[in-house]
Design a protein around this ligand. Structure first.
Ligand code: FES
Length: 143
């Protein structure tokens, strides 16, 4: 689920934030993903991310959130950044880079960008944890 950031006031935000918040990329889910993670912000909002990995590369990526417009923008931006990258390349995406590329965020929204990167790293970590033993993922899903 992604709320309707169109109704939010984006005065003072960069064009990149406004663009990604109003037209978020990669919203949705991926069934039977190769990597998945979720995070909950201190505000209580939830972020989820799904990965499809092919040959050590992020072939597809999707997110969902109950979060604010800046969170939608950060997640959309992060998914665009990570798509097509190798696992190693995705792991070095930093919150600082994302914040900078988004043109900065107000203090109260810094965590939104930090968690967007954290959930990507979590999903990559989830993929790596089951990479060599995918049967364990099935076992976990049933358990
Ligand atoms: S996700 Fe709750 S304030 Fe951004």
């Amino acid at each position: 689920m992604v709320d309707e950031p169109q109704k939010q006031d984006f005065t003072g935000f960069s064009q990149t934030v406004i663009d990604h918040a109003r037209n978020p990329r990669n919203v949705g889910t991926i069934p039977n993903p190769d990597g998945y993670a979720s995070a909950v912000g201190s505000c209580g909002d939830i972020m989820e991310m799904w990965l499809r990995i092919k040959g050590d590369r992020i072939q597809n990526i999707a997110f969902s959130t109950t979060g604010c417009g800046p969170t939608v923008a950060a997640l959309s931006f992060v998914t665009e950044l990570a798509k097509g990258k190798t696992i190693a390349e995705a792991r070095v995406i930093t919150p600082e880079y994302v914040l900078d590329a988004l043109g900065g965020l107000p203090e109260e929204n810094i965590e939104c960008a930090v968690l967007s990167v954290a959930v990507l790293r979590g999903a990559v970590g989830d993929y790596l944890a089951f990479k060599n033993q995918p049967w364990k993922r099935m076992y976990r899903q049933q358990g």
